[in-house]
Design a protein around this ligand. Sequence first.
Ligand code: HEC
Ligand code: HEC
Length: 284
Amino acid sequence: MEWFNLSDNVNMLTLLGSAAIVLFTLFVAGKYLKQIRDEKSGGELLEHNWDGIGEYKNPLPFGWAIVFLLTIVWTIWYFLVGYPLNAYSQLGEYNEEVRAHNARFEQKWANPDEATLMGMGEGVYLVQCAPCHGITADGMDGKATDLTVWGSEKAIVDVILNGGKGLNYPLGEMPAGLLDEASAKAVAAYMTQEISQTAKGADASLVAMGEALWPTCAACHGEDGKGMDNMSPDLTVYGKPAFAVEVLNRGKHGTIGDMPAFNDGRLSDVQKLAVGTYILSLSK
Ligand code: HEC
Ligand code: HEC
């Protein structure tokens, strides 16, 4: 019987308080009932009178009037300074604690090494990304991007052949079929060798062929591949965590569904970097 727990002080006080209120009510009610039965009223009548029903001259009891005024003052104080406007709330306290925790988190991981990033990235991935991209990151049969390929040369060939859209760059879509497959492979080799510098030692003639085709791409991505001030993706960071961070900040309207943007505080900067590092390790 939880409600009758006598070892709990608050419970005990509440119980005694309730008993006192019941006794007091009975006493007062009894007193007035007795008065109604036994006493005749008397005193000075006011002038007005309705069909023989009059009213006694009763000044407001002083104590009652004071308490009444104090109640009004308290109401105003309570509204302005007390709870409703100047509220303490558990939610507010929670938010403050989260902010403080996040600040400590950012500080603690200000300069993470590769192993830390990978560990953190895998954790973030499993919670935030796996529901759509799958535990094995293959995009669950094309529902979301296959991250075991994304960021690789193969993915560059893929985007040249099939185009790309949904990241909401000012230039809009990248059209499909810009080059045939052989040319696309050459451009991919040139891009990873010279533009993003994520690969070394590609076949020199292939790279030269890609360089000759580069103007097709430079039209939108710029001669240096930097994306002409954010008009299109910056290809110098393609295949690096920074590109993934950019994608996460933008979100993507995919062909089957949407990926939300992760720029709403759900992930901190270092967490985005970490998950970017992690997913790119899958396509190497
Ligand atoms: C008409 C302009 C245009 C041309 C030409 C173009 N691109 Fe793009 N490219 C874009 C836009 C816009 C995006 C962003 C697409 C999106 O929203 O997903 C993009 C995205 C990309 C991406 C990133 C894909 C991803 O996974 O997000 C790569 C890589 C790329 N382009 C490479 C190339 C290469 C290589 C060429 C030359 C063969 C080229 N682009 C030509 C406009 C262009
Ligand atoms: C609600 C589902 C959903 C979640 C959660 C999600 N994604 Fe995606 N993601 C998608 C979809 C859909 C696409 C676009 C597929 C397409 O192009 O049709 C996409 C595309 C991508 C791309 C390719 C972007 C490009 O350049 O084309 C990357 C990289 C990516 N997601 C990484 C992540 C990471 C990392 C996380 C976790 C932090 C994540 N996603 C969480 C659904 C999701």
